[in-house]
Write a protein that binds this ligand. Sequence first.
Ligand code: COA
Length: 332
Amino acid sequence: MKYSKITGLGHHVPERIVTNDELSKMMDTNNEWIIERTGIEERRWINPETDTVANMAAKASRMALDRAGVKAEEIDFIVFATITSDYYFPGSGVLLQRELGLESIPAMDIKNACSGFIYALSTADQFIKSGMYKKVLVIGAEIQSTALDLTTRGRGTAVIFGDGAGAAVLEPSDEQGILSTHLHSDGRFAEELYVKDPGSSRPHEERQPEQILDTSGFKVYMNGNLVFKHAVVRFMEVINEALEANNAKKEEIDLLVPHQANLRISNYIQQKMELPDSKVYNNIMRYGNTTAASIPIAMSEAFAEGKINKGDLICLAAFGSGFTWASALIRW
Ligand SMILES: CC(C)(COP(=O)(O)OP(=O)(O)OC[C@H]1O[C@@H](n2cnc3c(N)ncnc32)[C@H](O)[C@@H]1OP(=O)(O)O)[C@@H](O)C(=O)NCCC(=O)NCCS
């Protein structure tokens, strides 16, 4: 066994559709601005009465397991990428383990924002290649909506983010599968896209909820322009790194699935790589940026639409908070 292979993909998004016009009633923004700057037409928001990160992940997992023909009881490891775990701790991996009715198998959370799914995929890949685990569930799931600042002050981020979950089943394979993964970070930019609270490095009195007078630290802060400028550079770098590591040319890519951060970023990469529309998958129009969930949701939809087929060369790439960025090259 030389490779790990994705044998099943699944996703789940909440029922509630929130249009740009709906957001325009909450804050000073408008449909034209949002579409022109981000490409987003609508996004999904959870129902806090019924939806959790873990139960959305469970629904995505069941679809992935079904498509893989694997029973939940056969899973021996869960790697769960999220920055919006249901609790501050423990992570959502253990909650998913419980939702699936599994006992004692390990569950690990990965907190690498938009790059989280590729980090999780890479982790699962290493554990399978080492022989330690055989059937791994890799998850990206987020609930961003309940943390958004829905006033005009928060419009720079509130219009972008959405909720959802995606899942992949990974198994060992003698045939090619995940060819390589490439992970990076640069902590100098940690505060350019972050949620400060509830941070641990605060004086005792500032960490107690009843003492917190300024709650702005609980909302997403993003230096959008700076993030954009770094994203376009890092996306290209890390895609080229994956191609070079495998002696592959950009023309050989059958489908590029970029993290759905902003349609302008995806279009920029597509243009730079001279790829036709048919070779770049985007669904940000319908879901916004779902952080760690965006790549597995996009892959699951692309698979269902017949855009991922046996033998295809699939490239995944992401950039996000940290800053972190990553890519993966997969022979399907
Ligand atoms: C956030 C982002 C869409 C903003 O687009 P932009 O073209 O950079 O716009 P700016 O932030 O420069 O703002 C331009 C103007 O629009 C205004 N604006 C910001 N959000 C707005 C909104 N939702 N509706 C209407 N106007 C808005 C700003 O206040 C600003 O007004 P001003 O010129 O009067 O000051 C863009 O920077 C971006 O997508 N960045 C990358 C984000 C990303 O990918 N994040 C996730 C990383 S994984």
